[in-house]
Design a protein around this ligand. Structure first.
Ligand SMILES: Cc1cc2nc3c(=O)[nH]c(=O)nc-3n(C[C@H](O)[C@H](O)[C@H](O)COP(=O)(O)OP(=O)(O)OC[C@H]3O[C@@H](n4cnc5c(N)ncnc54)[C@H](O)[C@@H]3O)c2cc1C
Length: 409
């Protein structure tokens, strides 16, 4: 009864807002939302992308390592394994065909003590099961010959790992989506929704207006859009947004955890490595690794700092704490020196941070990507993309392919 009254109140709050219908709406213009919009548009859907920020890719999609992962780490047959392997191939092909800066420079995962060798061997087996080609176990001499500044006891070479300019990738995919008639509306926030006559009605407001009236409850939409297909690709905000869809069965909405990852850059020293160097993975992340960008500069990170999930308003407005605490460098020095002992004191400078969206908490095994459509939650036309953490950038084209073929035929 109380729920029905809340619903009635919510509907009455929308009554004054103009209503429009739409074919397909993608919520969020990060790399995944853009890839999905492009794929749907190429397949002939009329796509509208709604993004709360003033431009595309300002969230996690521009706060990551820009590594094209091979597909080594993930359990057999998981979405992460399948989408990473498929997505990596699609991504390299896409980038080569369109001149998007990228480099298949290869990566070494290193054991720095004999106790880590079984973990390295397990990673090799897992990668091979996942269909990753070009994996080769190297002894210390071979690895240190390839990377003279490296110190390790054994290393796993992944020849097909690489890096990509994620901004150029997003510009290209967005341009292609727009050339297939996709419309993009920035500064436009989905503040919630309600189910009426079996369809999800999206409540929409200009981002600036939410800022002014954030204390009002419930927020009043300026527009209600009734799409045939909705892809919730809101990244960090996807779970909290789904909770604002009244009439959707909330039993299927997972708990979301957040882990900040900070990067440090190196100054006053020549770039010591030609390849990506990764330690054995740690709880919550892949370990403080060495990433190169396409200009050849080096960065270290990300570390793992479990943080409280931001409150609903921050989620809605995309306001997250991305500051990098310089005192975190102490742990960086000790972690990095395990495989790069020549790192000089004072050479690390705070870089940037990103926030991982996770569906499993500290100490638990990593959860898979969660893609929920009508078959799970029972609501026609809504697809929620939850927990799209790493390797989400690598997987973006494969996720798009999957979503479009499963939900838009
Ligand atoms: C530290 C770190 C390192 C990583 N490294 C790698 C890597 O090397 N390789 C790799 O493959 N992956 C990596 N990842 C993962 C990858 O970055 C993400 O999986 C990917 O960027 C997710 O893209 P997205 O489009 O789902 O989310 P986002 O980029 O967060 O985009 C979501 C968009 O939705 C918008 N939005 C949110 N709520 C609303 C709303 N209510 N209304 C309208 N718009 C809304 C946001 O403003 C945002 O633009 C890393 C992630 C982190 C955190």
């Amino acid at each position: 009864m109380r729920r029905a009254m809340a619903m009635a109140r919510r509907i009455s709050h929308c009554e004054s807002a103009p209503k429009e219908t739409a074919d397909a709406v993608v919520i969020g213009a990060g790399v995944v939302g853009i890839a999905v919009a492009r794929e749907l548009a190429i397949r002939g859907r009329d796509v509208l992308v709604l993004e709360s920020a003033p431009t595309f890719g300002t969230g996690t999609s521009s706060r990551n390592s820009e590594v094209v992962h091979a597909g080594i780490y993930y359990p057999l047959d998981s979405f992460k394994a399948k989408f990473c392997v498929r997505g990596r191939d699609l991504l390299y092909r896409y980038c080569s065909e369109r001149g998007i800066p990228h480099s298949k420079l290869g990566k070494l995962i290193v054991a720095t003590g004999t106790a880590q060798i079984p973990s390295l061997e397990k990673l090799k087996r897992r990668g091979e099961e996942n269909g990753v080609e070009g994996l080769k176990m190297l002894d210390a001499r071979e690895a240190m010959h390839m990377e003279p500044e490296l110190v390790c006891v054994k290393a796993l070479l992944s020849a097909c790992s690489g890096i990509v300019d994620s901004h150029s990738l997003m510009i290209s995919m967005l341009g292609e989506a727009e050339s297939h008639k996709t419309m993009v509306s920035f500064n436009t926030t989905i503040i919630g929704g309600h189910v009426e006559e079996g369809k999800l009605h999206l409540h929409i407001s200009e981002t600036e207006e939410i800022d002014k009236s954030v204390s009002a409850s419930p927020l009043r939409p300026q527009l209600v859009v009734i799409p045939k297909l909705i892809i919730n690709a809101a990244g960090l905000g996807a779970v909290s947004l789904a909770k604002r869809f009244h009439g959707l069965n909330h039993r299927f909405i997972p708990t979301c955890y957040c882990a900040r990852g900070c990067y440090f850059t190196m100054s006053g020293m020549k770039n010591p490595f030609r390849r990506l160097i990764y330690p054995i993975p740690e709880d919550g992340g892949l370990g403080v690794h060495v990433t190169l960008d396409l200009c050849g500069s080096v960065k270290f990170g990300p570390d793992v700092e479990w943080i409280d999930s931001p409150d609903e308003t921050s989620m809605l407005l995309g306001r997250f704490d991305y500051s990098v605490d310089p005192s975190r460098s102490a742990r960086f020095y000790s972690e990095i020196r395990k495989y790069y002992p020549n790192l000089k004191d004072g050479s690390l400078e705070p870089g940037y941070a990103g926030i991982r969206v996770k569906l499993s908490g500290p100490g638990n095994p990593p959860a898979d990507f969660l893609i929920q459509g009508e078959e799970t939650h029972g609501l026609p036309g809504l697809v929620n993309l939850f927990g799209i953490e790493s390797p989400g950038l690598t997987s973006s084209l494969a996720i798009a392919e999957y979503v479009a073929s499963k939900y838009s035929s």
